[in-house]
Design a protein around this ligand. Structure first.
Ligand SMILES: *Cc1c(COP(=O)(O)O)cnc(C)c1O
Length: 410
């Protein structure tokens, strides 16, 4: 290896990211990140923080005052939500239909909670009646659920689960990382108490900032875990009651930090806050509903194209995510080799999946600025060429034509 002093200036390849995230970043967001930092207590900065709160209330479709950012990738907000809500010994009902349900289980374990899982085969969704039965059986403090599980390209319908949680007075947490800004997501209307996301999926921002929103019920539950009023006021946990087992992810402290009192906690990741602010501004400018409609259209075109080629689309049409489509790898075809050719010959990234689906499906996303007609058609054209080149029998050219027709048929 050469001496570090000789390393070249960064010049990353230009790729069309049509995988399951990250997706290409909108140029306006990249520009927002290029500004110099300012101090976190600068009135300009605290004004930006207040704007971020207002902007993400629109994105999450909520009136929740406590709508803020956790510094880190989407997982940081998942962890903040769970470590702040789950006290040791608390039961948590977790519907599982893909990889990210396993992640929730693991984090609940680490928090000392007791996961009570409701499992279905990957690609299916969980029957709300099974969740209600689990609530009655286990009397949990929380139901924790993924909305769109990118590993299976499947979205769990949430509205009925939200109603059930409210009826039984159980808090409801949702990981909306993969769907926020790309599928309909209604925090308040669906009775969701805490929802978290990241920027790098349908929001076409960079990974590294994680929006979160908290209902008053959730806030009350978090503050209740801190026995001592003085502890709340100083942001220092005191008393001998249970405390949140993380400093960085203690949402009570983060709320103090984002409150007018600006109780110092971490140094806000300034450049990521600029990015998150511009990300939400783009969503609000386009309109949440218009943005969702654009993703639905892209997903429909992708599915139509893949089917017209003669490929088998993974999963169930009724619960398919609009922004990531799974497609079965035909018999005898090497999943990894196709992905490599897509990247080498066309600069396009598509991905495989995990666990029981490793190597069995490809996942092709159309998210954020890539949920566009030209990107979908380019990807299908490249896929057609690469698969045909590897000897897969296809209806050549039919995929692009069908996707064009599907896109225009609105
Ligand atoms: C992509 C994704 C995440 C990613 O978390 P990161 O920490 O940003 O990698 C979490 N949950 C779901 C459902 C996802 O699709």
């Amino acid at each position: 290896m050469t001496h570090p002093a000789t390393f070249a200036q960064l010049d990353p390849p230009s790729r069309l990211l049509m995988g399951a995230g990250p997706t290409n970043v909108h140029p306006r967001i990249l520009r927002a990140m290029s500004y110099d930092v300012i101090g976190q207590m600068d009135p300009e900065m605290t004004a930006y923080m207040d704007e971020v709160m207002a902007l993400y209330r629109e994105v999450f479709r909520t009136k929740n005052h406590w709508t803020l950012l956790v510094n880190g990738s989407a997982r940081s907000a998942i962890e903040a939500a769970l470590v702040s809500l789950v006290s040791p010994g608390m039961k948590v009902v977790i519907p599982r239909f893909g990889r990210f349900g396993l992640l929730l289980t693991e984090i609940v374990h680490r928090c000392g909670g007791i996961p009570c899982t409701v499992d279905v085969e990957w690609g299916q969704v969980v029957d709300p009646a099974a969740i209600e039965a689990a609530i009655i059986e286990h009397k949990p403090g929380l139901v924790a659920c993924v909305h769109g599980d990118t590993s299976t390209t499947t979205a769990q319908p949430l509205e009925e689960i939200g109603r059930i949680c409210r009826k039984h007075d159980v808090l409801f947490y949702v990981d909306a990382t993969a769907t926020l800004g790309g599928m309909t997501f209604e925090t308040d209307a669906w009775n969701i108490d805490v929802a978290t996301a990241g920027l790098q999926k349908c929001l076409n921002g960079p990974p590294g900032s994680a929006p979160i929103t908290l209902s008053e019920r959730a806030v009350a539950a978090i503050l209740k875990r801190r026995h001592d009023e003085a502890g709340i006021a100083t942001g220092q946990a005191q008393g001998d009651g249970p405390v949140i087992q993380s400093n960085y992810f203690d949402l009570a402290m983060l709320m103090n930090y984002w409150s007018p009192a600006r109780m110092n906690h971490h140094t806000e990741a300034t450049s990521m806050l600029y990015a998150a602010r511009e990300t939400a501004r783009l969503v609000v400018e386009e309109g949440v509903e218009a943005r969702v409609a654009r993703h639905v259209r892209a997903g429909r075109a992708m599915v139509a194209g893949l089917r017209a080629m003669g490929l088998k689309v993974y999963g169930d049409d009724a619960t398919r995510m609009s922004n990531v489509t799974g497609v079965w790898v035909p018999e005898g075809v090497d999943n990894a080799r196709i992905r490599q050719l897509m990247r080498d010959d066309f600069g396009i990234e598509i991905v495989s999946s995990f666990g029981p689906l490793t190597g069995k499906i490809w996942r092709i996303g159309a998210m954020g600025i890539n949920a566009r007609k030209d990107k979908v058609l380019l990807t299908l054209a490249a896929f057609d060429s690469v698969l045909a080149g590897e000897g897969v029998k296809l209806n050549r050219g039919a995929g692009v034509d069908a996707a064009r027709a599907a896109w225009d048929a609105v």
